[in-house]
Design a protein around this ligand. Structure first.
Ligand code: C2E
Ligand code: CA
Ligand code: CA
Ligand code: CA
Length: 281
């Protein structure tokens, strides 16, 4: 028994070591990825569910790894945050997004994700303003998305930055709303324009067991947003049922596979010009 215990420990240790080596390898891969141009950006359309206008695009970073192929952001953003590499990745995404959006119709916004660390970095606001200057994108066409958890960890410092960005005419969205910090008291002091309701609430709208409860939660968030004079974007609408349920609660900006998956840049323009609401019924 002693022997097998030790054997298991060795296996466990080897697994840990393998995991650790993978992390270290990924860190060093990330270090060269920006310089070598391995990142690119895809855009997911946001659609007004009432008038069916395309109102914006969320920029989502993609990593085309020389050995492993496409690595999803879920597999490297957290590590890039831990190592601080998210700051240069984030600058790259912002630059690309502003440059790309400049060529789109004037009423279209581009939304760019900003990590907490990036937002708190010393020259963040200067970097954003310089990027807008360089690309010629008006501040009113840029929305920055910050997650609840990023804000909560450092609420005063982050909120000060958000306030300044808003003064410059940039919009701020609170991403993944409802999944992070659950107290609502902080909402009244935050300098934000939009709540992005997390996909998890929308997924549940489809299942018999949870549909009613989720609809109640979404309804409360919508009322809250209205009371606070905030816009709403609903994430993760995949099915017609979900869309119908969301529409019953009012008309909102929708982002989800039902309308479109994230698109490569070259498909964005035709999406904007050709988009028609999928037939229902
Ligand atoms: P997020 O900001 O919540 O972005 C939405 C994610 O949901 C995207 O995943 C998108 O592809 C996915 N999605 C959208 N609609 C649907 C749907 O109807 N069904 C399902 N199942 N999924 C949907 P993606 O591109 O894998 O990005 C994952 C996360 O990585 C993002 O979540 C964001 O937190 C982070 N991320 C992506 N790009 C950046 C970036 O440039 N900077 C930072 N800091 N984080 C980023
Ligand atoms: Ca986002
Ligand atoms: Ca989100
Ligand atoms: Ca998310």
């Amino acid at each position: 028994a002693k022997g097998s215990g030790k054997g298991q420990f060795t296996i466990f240790n080897n697994l840990l070591e393998a995991e650790n080596n993978k992390r270290i390898q990924m860190m060093s891969d990330l270090r060269v990825a920006v310089d070598e141009g391995q990142f690119f950006v895809e855009y997911q359309p946001q659609v007004d569910s009432l008038n069916h206008n395309v109102t914006g695009m969320e920029a989502l970073v993609r990593w085309s790894h020389p050995k492993h192929g496409r690595v999803s952001p879920g597999d490297f953003i957290e590590l890039a945050e831990e190592t601080g590499q998210i700051i240069s990745i984030g600058s790259y995404v912002l630059e690309q997004a502003c440059q790309d959006a400049k060529a789109w119709p004037n009423d279209l916004k581009v939304s760019v994700n900003v990590s907490g660390l990036q937002c708190l970095s010393d020259n963040f606001i200067d970097m954003v303003m310089l990027t807008l200057d360089r690309t010629g994108l008006p501040p009113s066409r840029l929305e920055l998305e910050v997650t609840e958890s990023a804000i909560i960890e450092n609420i005063d410092a982050v909120n000060n930055k958000l306030k300044l960005l808003k003064q410059k005419g940039i919009s701020i969205a609170l991403d993944d709303f409802g999944t992070g910090f659950s107290s609502l008291s902080y909402l009244q002091q935050l300098s934000i324009d939009t709540l992005k309701i997390d996909r998890s609430f929308i997924t549940e709208l489809d299942s018999d067991a949870t549909a009613e409860r989720s609809a109640a939660i979404v309804d409360v968030i919508l009322k809250l947003a209205k009371g606070l004079n905030l816009s709403v974007t609903i994430e993760g609408v995949e099915t017609e049922t979900q869309l119908e349920k969301v529409n019953l609660l009012g008309g909102y900006t929708i982002q989800g596979y039902y309308f479109s998956k994230p698109l490569p840049l070259k498909e964005v323009r035709s999406f904007i010009t050709d988009f028609t609401m999928p037939a229902t019924g």
